[in-house]
Ligand binder design. Structure first.
Ligand code: GLU
Length: 287
């Protein structure tokens, strides 16, 4: 673990190359770390392997390097860290904070239907707690967190930590990694904002420190939809210094950088641009 007052990170899932939105997030978290004289780690979140595309991690690291977004230390891969997630889960099971559940999605929907509640499209399915007090659940089963916080109970309910197919969930992996890596600040896209209360709650259950969170506005497409790999957003091009500068400028503009030196001078290298951007960013946040 790096010993540092400010330890940030960028944690892309290797499901697609960086596009304008993910580059803005990478730049925002890099600038925030560098403006605080902090360190910035890179973690590849490949926990859900079937969703990952082989080789995309290399494309992402090439894109970051071409843009001068250098990271500290070794790159961590979640796929190699399952033993840490299992240890944390065991800790929760032993302290009666996690329980086994064999409910299928259909059963959960049917439980709500029986109470007259129909799931809306895109609506999160709150777990009705059917297995909460059962002692007879045998594997294969999922593991859920026993949520006691009233607000969280109403918004998400007892959420899954490990799926019945053996895959640890994003919520558990991210909380364990952030804590074990000693992360102090998380700067990420606003699409992840509604995960933050869950993660802070889980940190408390595991007696981990609570981190500082900053959520950046999303880059939207012409239909006001979030740019995403699912909507096949274009990968940023880093094959020439012009394209790198263009990508950095787009991301900088999105983050509200205003220093004209960043936008008019065309002969800047990525590192010169970043040096100026860091200065501009400092002026914005340390007023
Ligand atoms: N891996 C997540 C993603 O690519 C980000 C996780 C995080 O920053 O907490 O959306």
């Amino acid at each position: 673990m790096l010993n540092c007052n400010y330890l940030g990170r960028f944690a892309p899932s290797p499901t697609g190359a960086l596009h304008a939105g993910s580059l803005a997030t990478a730049l925002g978290s890099w600038l925030h770390a560098r403006a605080h004289d902090g360190k910035w780690l890179l973690r590849i979140e490949d926990i859900d392997l079937p969703r990952c595309i082989p080789g995309v991690d290399k494309i992402i690291t090439q894109q970051l390097s071409a843009c001068g977004l250098s990271w500290d230390g070794e790159i961590e891969y979640q796929s190699k860290r399952s033993h840490f997630y299992q240890t944390a889960l065991n800790q929760l099971i032993e302290s009666y904070k996690a329980y086994a559940c064999r409910c299928t999605r259909k059963q959960i929907e049917d439980t709500w239907l029986a109470k007259g509640i129909k799931k809306q499209r895109h609506q999160e399915l709150i777990y009705p707690g059917s297995c909460r007090d059962r002692k007879d659940v045998v594997p294969p089963c999922a593991w859920r967190l026993r949520v006691e916080d009233e607000t969280l109970k109403e918004s998400v309910g007892d959420f899954v930590l490990k799926r019945a197919d053996g895959v640890f969930t994003y919520q558990l992996a991210v909380v364990v990694d952030d804590a074990l890596q000693g992360i102090t600040h998380v700067v990420r896209g606003a699409d992840l904002l509604d995960n933050t209360p869950r993660q802070i709650y889980l940190q408390k259950c595991l007696a981990y420190p609570t981190l500082q969170y900053l959520h950046l506005p999303l880059v939207l497409d012409d239909n006001q939809e979030k740019l995403s790999k699912q909507t096949l957003a274009f990968a940023i091009q880093t094959n020439s210094s012009e394209n790198v500068l263009k990508a950095l400028r787009g991301a900088g503009l999105h983050l509200g950088l205003t220093n004209s030196a960043l936008f008019i001078q065309n002969d800047l290298s990525a590192s010169q641009w970043l040096e100026r951007a860091t200065q501009n960013y400092k002026e914005m946040i340390f007023v």
